[in-house]
Design a protein around this ligand. Structure first.
Ligand code: NAG
Ligand code: NAG
Ligand code: NAG
Length: 637
């Protein structure tokens, strides 16, 4: 079937990390070959890979087929083209020529229109450093802020400057120097280097909960960044890392104004959007948030990326009920789902395109949310790996994907689909948990083995327990389905405890549950280290019981330092083996596609690799005279 972004399936992750690393390797050479096609360009020496990670990215773009990518934003000349000097340990920082980040499309954009979007969840925590959720934190709070660097909204494969106009990297790959654009907070104060230092230190504040920004701690040591002058900041990192910039460009790595955020408590920032401001394209409209109703943003007329943003503002209608949201879109009371691609609407959007005579266009992103069984591995009986194995083995993942996720997904893997060779679909179908009998049914050997393991663990007659989940959508349906399978196959009596998202997250974080069934947690970054960050970090929500092993720790550290893509892939392959053997606190049961819809007159939206990327809306505009594409062809940028 048609996909808006046909490349995503094959490129997802396997491709993307490679692409990033190759872009790195290609350096600043303007004639860099298309990253995917030139594997010979892989970095040979350690330091080479790390350094130009980001610097080189803009130029890599011109090699790609994106129409708008011709204009390389702020293209630092620095270390990119340099030969590998891995032997030279002296960090030297070379200033770079700063170019205006001009791009062709910027002047095609049209101003006007207050957009109306539909979203499902109420905002939860407004602090983007703190909240661990796309729909309750990033989408409501994100458009007020900038990062230091970002994924290019018109070519999401590459990393470009956001508040940083340019940057360079020391020869040994351990010191980044960022040169800031002339930007202002929305109270008129300038964005300074000390705001950047403050923000990096706030993200890495010891003992503070950092839902989706925790990964910065792997690279950056709290309190080590330095102000060089008002617009220059020096950021040392712990080791030359392939994925420092990949993480720093995440939409969650927002920069905050020290003079506003400094005096606020964590609770002040979480509770009330009125308490904070940013430098971003839109300004939160004070008092506009009404639970179950809506919230509003207005245009930042003083945005440093003028003429962006293009919309006068936008209003987000909070509509829990998907059918009602679809009806709202159908009658033209909203211009799209917010943010365009989210899991919730996948099964409705193709129909909507037909029902609206092509006005609302279908958008898809493949394999971006992970479903799985989350065990509290510290409490009985889930502390026994035999129990964890049995409960996972009886799940018919194909049936789960077909029936509950309605075909919009893939069976579960430990890392991004297609990344580790050990997890190719062919390899998987040979394995326990995935294999099938000749008649196509779930492997009887797996079902028998599950019963045997449970008996061996001391539960020949099953046990009773609690599944914690949320009330709605495929999460609720899959929890019910799983509990039924466990009852039928293993005689478990599971009570289903449903709550809202905020309550679920708070129980998850405080390790106050037995089993959590989640239909989908979104990956953030197009790199498998993202799964290590989110599911295997210490003291993170999805690993509140701190599961790890000595060997797994070793592999986690090794992959972060490994700059050779083949060797790094091998480390992930070893992690897959280890996870299969250990059966940890999370066992994957599927991947889910995401879908959404936009009016065809919304222009310049480019589907990124994950649903957590590119949430500022400062590149999109409304064109009343846009041409409507034929029905059934989805959204066309
Ligand atoms: C997990 O580790 C963190 C420190 O990294 C600690 O504060 C927390 O209590 C630990 N959680 C459990 C359940 O042991
Ligand atoms: C990867 O998978 C293959 C086949 O499934 C297996 O033989 C091998 O041991 C696995 N591990 C590694 C590290 O290659
Ligand atoms: C692979 C895929 O996208 N399958 C389905 C997703 O859901 C819609 C609606 O149920 C189907 O039309 C797709 O074929």
């Amino acid at each position: 079937m048609r996909r808006v972004n046909p490349g995503i399936k094959t490129l997802l992750l396997a491709g993307s990390l490679l692409a990033l690393i190759l872009i790195i390797a290609c350096g600043g050479a303007a004639t860099a070959p298309a990253p995917e096609s030139d594997s010979s360009a892989a970095p040979s020496g350690a330091a080479a890979g790390a350094q130009p990670a980001a610097t080189a990215a803009p130029s890599g773009s011109s090699a790609q087929a994106q129409p708008a990518a011709t204009a390389a934003p702020a293209q630092p000349a620095a270390p990119s083209g340099r030969p590998t000097e891995a032997a030279n340990p002296t960090p030297t920082v070379e200033p770079v020529e700063v170019q205006a980040p001009e791009t062709d499309w910027v002047h095609q954009g049209k101003h006007g229109r207050t957009m109306k979007w539909v979203a499902r969840n109420n905002p939860g925590f407004w602090d983007v450093h703190y909240g661990a959720s796309l729909t309750t934190t990033l989408t409501p709070s994100g458009p007020r802020f900038n990062q230091l660097v970002e994924y290019n909204p018109v070519n999401p494969e590459e990393i470009i400057g956001d508040l940083a106009e340019s940057w360079d990297v020391s020869e040994d790959g351990t010191v980044y120097t960022f040169y800031l654009a002339d930007a202002r907070w929305t109270d008129g104060q300038p964005v300074t280097a000390s705001d950047i230092v403050y923000s990096l230190d706030r993200i890495t504040l010891p003992d503070a909960f950092r839902g989706r920004t925790n990964s910065l701690r792997d690279f950056y040591e709290h309190k080590t960044a330095e102000v060089i002058d008002d617009r220059t900041v020096r950021v040392p990192i712990k080791f030359p890392a392939a994925t420092f910039m990949v993480n720093l460009a995440s939409d969650y790595m927002k920069m905050y104004p020290e003079h506003v955020a400094g005096p606020l408590t964590q609770e002040d920032v979480n509770c009330c959007p009125e308490n904070m401001i940013g430098s971003g394209p839109f300004i939160f409209k004070d008092g506009s948030w009404q639970k179950q109703e809506a919230y509003e943003y207005v245009r930042n007329d003083d945005y440093f990326k003028a003429p962006r943003p293009y919309f006068d503002g936008f209003k987000v209608f909070l509509i829990q009920d998907v059918a009602r949201a679809i009806a709202t879109l159908k009658v033209g009371q909203a211009d799209g789902t917010y943010y365009p691609v989210l899991a919730t609407y996948t099964e409705f959007v193709e129909q909507l395109e037909h029902d609206t005579d092509g006005r609302m266009r279908a958008l898809f992103m493949e394999n971006v949310q992970r479903a799985g069984l989350n065990y509290n591995w510290l409490v009985e009986p889930y502390d026994d790996p035999r129990v964890r194995t049995a409960l996972w083995l009886v799940i018919d993942q194909e049936e789960l994907v077909e029936k509950i996720l309605r075909g919009n997904g893939t069976v579960g893997t430990h890392f991004h689909v297609g990344f580790a060779p050990n997890e190719s679909v062919e390899a998987l179908y040979e394995l326990p948990g995935y294999r099938r009998d000749a008649d196509g049914s779930k492997s009887q050997a797996d079902l028998d083995e599950a019963k045997r393991l449970l008996a061996e663990a001391g539960y020949p007659d099953g046990f009773s327990g609690t599944i914690t989940t949320i009330l709605t959508g495929c999460t609720a349906t899959s929890a019910q389905w799983v509990s039924q399978v466990w009852k039928n196959e293993l005689n478990l009596e599971m009570e289903i405890e449903s709550s809202d998202v905020a309550t679920l997250y708070s129980k998850w974080r405080s390790n106050d549950y037995e089993v959590i069934i989640s239909c989908g947690s979104g990956i953030i970054l197009p790199d498998p280290s993202d799964i290590l960050n989110q599911w295997y970090g210490m003291d993170t929500m999805r690993n509140s019981g701190n599961w790890t092993t000595t060997e797994f720790d070793r592999l986690k550290v090794a992959q972060a330092k490994e700059l050779d893509p083949d060797k790094r892939e091998q480390l992930f392959t070893e992690m897959v083996d280890l996870l299969r053997a250990e059966v940890p606190h999370f066992m994957p049961t599927g991947w889910i596609h995401a879908g959404g819809t936009l009016d065809y007159r919304v222009r310049n939206y480019h589907v990124p690799r994950t649903i957590q990327m590119i949430h500022k809306l400062d590149h999109m505009w409304w064109d009343e005279n846009a041409e409507k594409p034929p029905i059934g062809t989805g959204y066309q940028p």
